[in-house]
Design a protein around this ligand. Structure first.
Ligand SMILES: Cc1cc2nc3c(=O)[nH]c(=O)nc-3n(C[C@H](O)[C@H](O)[C@H](O)COP(=O)(O)OP(=O)(O)OC[C@H]3O[C@@H](n4cnc5c(N)ncnc54)[C@H](O)[C@@H]3O)c2cc1C
Ligand SMILES: NC(=O)c1ccc[n+]([C@@H]2O[C@H](COP(=O)([O-])OP(=O)(O)OC[C@H]3O[C@@H](n4cnc5c(N)ncnc54)[C@H](O)[C@@H]3O)[C@@H](O)[C@H]2O)c1
Length: 485
């Protein structure tokens, strides 16, 4: 066959130039492989332009104000609430005005070839790229890595499509605050955006299906978030669902069923009902996979549903990770595996083929120590197993709870500090398998817990890790004392 029939050849083709695709491409090229990265939108993907960065920029002003208000001596200097226009302007700065030229410049510096356009499989290892500068066919000699991310789920609710509902993209890129906003869904997006828009001055109604938001966290986390949202003026309807939506002359009437049954009139509806993997419009049926389903992978990030070991995937498209940090961890593993299997020296290949769990070629942490931060106010941060998760896994657990307000560091951090910590210990091994913190700025405390869980550090050794006085991290000492040390 001619090059025209095969298409342009690369050693590795990465589809999707979000944070995950960028990291795979970078590491896959480290043993000399020729790598192409295909992107149909902005290089940097959701996280840089529509998700992590803009949402955190919108949340930070409210957090900073609350922090100052909680400190006598500083509180008097705070008058008024968040300046929404200035917050939006700062968000615009963090997203570089939705201009990806700095990320493109970084790609250029690495030697990765950027192909602009929409990639679609036409068969194994072969893709057609449409809509870019130069539509073309490309073939991967060794591997294709899918890093196509995910898209918001739009529930099939009568009338919803007619009111131009916001997705998280709209909420993170808006330049005006809807006076009244209904947020559908009590997951991480729902909680963060309900917090941000309440602080930006909107009258927010958060509709949560279950008894509390953040169903994957310890229950006290969701409860404390609800209390704080209500204290700030938001309405939180628990045990509730949106049944229908209708335009009215003065706004949008949302009919809610369940414990919060009634009609709420708002100016905008934000749908935060979860995400589906980006495997539609990708031609995966030509390689024997079903569109709309996640790409199943093993711990080397190699797809299990395709023969030949040439297809890899990482990030949201796998359904295995749902955050940038964990997706990037998988991306580093995927890139290193590809670099070792298809490029480089024999010893690299041997190291990879004999790789054991916890080697740099296996994404072992995905199974036991995934960190998650919700940047609400209070923040919620956890890693590993919750109490319920540990019991479900059959562990004999010791649960150690501590009120963070009782820590000396908390009493000087903020007046009337409110927060909670929980350690979940596997009694049989005497190691921490999970930890949760709720409170102001607890996100920064999480990594110590992640190290304890990944390192399986025995409690009697943790006893020698002395937290500085007076920090809120002294909770670690209190945890251990409460555990009987
Ligand atoms: C509102 C919000 C806030 C979040 N906040 C955080 C946070 O604070 N911290 C955190 O860790 N995580 C956060 N997340 C999750 C995080 O954004 C995702 O886990 C992360 O973006 C996934 O990265 P990815 O590279 O897999 O996918 P994406 O970032 O979606 O990148 C996929 C890329 O592939 C491209 N693409 C798709 N199909 C094709 C194709 N066929 N051809 C060419 N290009 C294609 C897309 O244009 C896109 O650029 C947040 C998510 C949301 C929605
Ligand atoms: N700080 C962070 O790390 C961060 C921030 C935002 C998002 N994310 C990630 O982005 C992804 C998407 O977040 P998300 O919050 O959209 O999804 P999610 O799956 O975390 O939560 C969706 C919520 O919507 C609810 N829901 C679904 N359909 C509903 C309906 N019809 N009516 C009422 N409720 C409904 C679900 O019960 C669930 O609680 C997740 O992987 C999340 O971890 C991470």
């Amino acid at each position: 066959m001619t090059e025209q029939q095969h298409g342009e050849q690369f050693d590795v083709v990465v589809v999707g130039g979000g944070a995950i695709g960028e990291n795979v491409a970078d590491r896959a090229g480290r043993t000399g492989l020729r790598v192409a990265l295909v992107e149909h939108g902005l290089v940097g993907g959701e996280c840089s332009y529509f998700a992590c960065m803009p949402s955190k920029a919108l949340l930070r002003p409210g957090g900073a104000l609350a922090a100052a208000r909680a400190v006598p001596g500083a509180a008097g200097a705070v008058s008024g609430g968040v300046d929404a226009a200035a917050a939006f302007a700062w968000r615009d700065e963090t997203t570089h005005g939705w201009d990806d030229s700095s990320q493109v410049a970084w790609l250029d510096s690495t030697g990765i070839t950027l192909l602009r356009g929409h990639a679609r499989f036409v068969g194994p290892r072969t893709l057609e790229i449409a809509g870019g500068d130069a539509p073309r066919r490309v073939q991967a000699r060794h591997a294709v890595v899918l890093a196509t991310g995910s898209w918001p789920v739009m529930p099939d609710i009568p009338g919803l499509a007619d009111v131009e509902p916001w997705t998280s993209r709209d909420a993170t890129s808006a330049h005006a605050v809807p006076p009244r906003l209904l947020v559908l869904g009590g997951g991480v997006v729902g909680v963060e955006m309900a917090t941000a828009y309440t602080e930006l001055g909107s009258q927010v109604t958060l509709v949560v299906r279950g008894p509390r938001p953040l169903a994957g966290a310890e229950s006290f986390a969701g409860d404390q978030v609800v209390t704080a949202l209500r204290e700030r003026g938001a309405r939180v309807l628990l045990g509730s669902e949106v049944a229908s939506v209708q335009k009215t002359p003065t706004g949008i009437a949302v009919t809610v069923t369940g414990d919060g049954a009634g009609t709420v009139e708002v100016d905008r509806v934000l749908v935060a009902a979860g995400r589906r993997p980006g495997t539609t419009e990708l031609g995966v049926e030509t390689i024997g996979l079903e569109p709309g389903r996640p790409i199943q992978v093993d711990d080397a990030l190699c797809a299990t549903g395709v023969d030949g070991g040439w297809l890899f995937a990482a990030g949201d498209v796998t359904g295995r990770t749902g955050t940038t940090h964990q997706g990037k961890y998988d991306a580093r593993v995927a890139g290193d595996v590809v670099a070792a299997r298809f490029g480089g020296e024999d010893d690299g290949r041997a190291a990879e083929s004999g790789a054991k769990p916890w080697s740099r070629f296996r994404a072992s942490a995905d199974h036991q120590s995934v960190p998650q931060v919700v940047f609400s106010h209070p923040e919620v941060a956890w890693v590993g197993l919750t109490e319920a998760g540990a019991r479900q896994a059959g562990l004999d657990v010791q649960v150690v709870d501590y009120d963070l307000a009782d820590i000396a560091g908390a009493s000087v951090f903020a007046k009337d500090y409110t927060g909670q910590g929980r350690l979940v210990v596997d009694r049989a091994r005497g190691v921490v398998v999970g930890a949760t913190f709720v409170g102001p700025e607890v996100a920064e405390m999480l990594h110590a817990a992640t190290i304890a869980v990944v390192g399986e550090v025995p409690l009697d050794r943790l006893w020698h890790a002395v937290p500085a006085y007076p920090t809120v991290s002294e909770v670690w000492l209190r945890f251990l004392e409460s555990a009987g040390l």
